[in-house]
Ligand binder design. Structure first.
Ligand code: URA
Length: 430
């Protein structure tokens, strides 16, 4: 079998067989297929697509390219959650302590920021001394003891995804449904949980722009997960505007702690509680939003987050003193010269501004500034008067301020009539 024939076949739009997909993944792993050939096949897939059967096989061989975590000695009811990526998306950090407070086990391997989107591991590393580089043994031990742990995705799980992803990132082949589906689901299956809740985003700040595409992706991921014996569902929600008010690393950790202390932004609450509800349903428990509200109000979810931070060596003084988190040298308030209700805040523009301020990376190896970020003083449907502060910028890069200010100003749209409150949830795919 030759890779050039497989590329040719996909170029003509034909479906690949089980043996051909296995040959491809084996070749990527062994290094017998060159990066330029892999890239050519990825581009052919980008234009010609893959059917459900091919996507399932690609996922299966990506899972088999590495280790599969066995968590069965901890529990038969282990939950995992994955977001397809967004702006201000700190949901995992509220979801995990809530699940633990509800008595459920969660085992979470997360990634770093990708493209314009933020990464949970980067956010956690804003906490001084927080360890995300847990070995598999340490990770399992912590899940057993504390009901939850969160670590950086290890290279030994679904390593084929790591290789394909690196090439997709530099060949503009990220935003295509079969490749996103196999990438996400292979990592989730290799991570060992039996119940998986996917948080699928669409909109300006997401990889997929329309709810229809997000639905297609969700249906495929759920079907592939089921075919590979996982109890899986997807919650589809809008990422047209940033989630919550904080975008960055230190600022988002602060917002998470405030949420767990009971100061919950409505959009964060809607997404977190919906995912928590679906996760419990997967494990045959049926709870409503009041139940999760009680876990917050009683302080038990906050205590669980403290326990996670302490168990992973993080500085727990952050819970009483936010100045322990990295602080930016420059704090700048962006004021508006219009009056009206906020009609929209373009998530992508806010993400770009945030990245330029130092909170994200251009290349994988770039360092990030944990203290950089943006706090949205005004959000959707709130009224602003001329001269009000709409956002606060935190950075150490004075040169980046002007561009960030322009991006933030252009991200905000206003209207004279108060916009209606709207649910962010588009659909749930079971
Ligand atoms: N997240 C992933 O893990 N993979 C993708 O391809 C896109 C988002």
């Amino acid at each position: 079998m030759k890779i050039i024939d497989i590329i040719e076949k996909k170029k003509k739009g034909e479906a690949l067989t089980d043996t051909e997909i296995k040959f491809f993944i084996d070749g990527v792993m062994k290094g017998s297929i060159e990066d330029y050939q892999t890239s050519a096949l990825l581009m052919a897939i980008y234009f010609r697509g893959m059917n459900l059967e091919e996507t399932t096989l690609l996922t299966k061989y990506m899972v088999e390219s590495g280790e599969i975590l066995d968590l069965s000695d901890i529990s038969d009811n282990i939950i995992d959650k994955h977001s397809t990526g967004g702006v201000g998306d700190k949901i995992t950090l509220m979801f995990l302590p809530i699940m633990a407070a509800a008595g459920m086990y969660t085992a979470k391997l997360s990634g770093r920021g990708l493209g314009h989107t933020g990464g949970t591991i980067d956010k956690l590393e804003a906490i001084p001394n927080f360890r995300t580089d847990l070995s598999i043994e340490e990770f399992k031990e912590k899940v057993k003891t504390h009901k939850t742990a969160i670590a950086a995705q290890t290279l030994s799980l679904a390593p084929a995804d790591g290789k394909l992803y690196a090439l997709r990132d530099v060949t503009s082949t990220v935003d295509i449904i079969p490749l996103i589906a196999s990438s996400v689901v292979s990592k989730k299956i290799a991570s060992g949980a039996n119940h998986i809740v996917l948080d699928v985003k669409y909109g300006s700040g997401a990889f997929l722009k329309t709810p229809e595409d997000a639905q297609k992706l969700s249906e495929i991921m759920v079907e592939v997960g089921k075919r590979l014996n996982r109890n899986i569902c997807a919650v589809i929600s809008s990422m047209n505007q940033p989630l919550g008010r904080a975008v960055g690393n230190s600022v988002e950790i602060q917002e998470v702690i405030e949420f767990l202390k009971g100061n919950m932004e409505p959009d964060l609450k809607e997404i977190t509680f919906t995912l928590a509800k679906k996760a419990l349903e997967k494990a045959n428990r049926h709870e409503d939003f009041d139940y999760f509200e009680k876990l917050i109000k009683s302080g038990s979810a906050l205590e669980k987050f403290k326990e996670i931070v302490a168990s992973q060596n993080g500085d727990v003084r952050i819970f009483d003193d936010y100045s322990i988190l990295p602080q930016a040298g420059i704090k700048y308030e962006v004021k508006t010269d219009v009056s009206g209700f906020v009609k929209n805040i373009d998530a992508l523009k806010i993400a770009k501004a945030c990245k330029n301020l130092g909170a994200g990376r251009e290349k994988k190896s770039d360092p990030i500034d944990y203290s950089a970020g943006i706090y949205l003083n005004k959000k959707y449907a709130e009224y602003v008067n001329k001269g009000d502060t709409i956002a606060t910028v935190y950075t150490n890069k004075e040169g980046a301020l002007e561009e960030a200010k322009a991006l933030i100003e252009s991200a905000f749209e206003y209207t004279d009539k108060k916009p209606e409150e709207q649910s962010l949830i588009y659909k749930i795919i079971n």
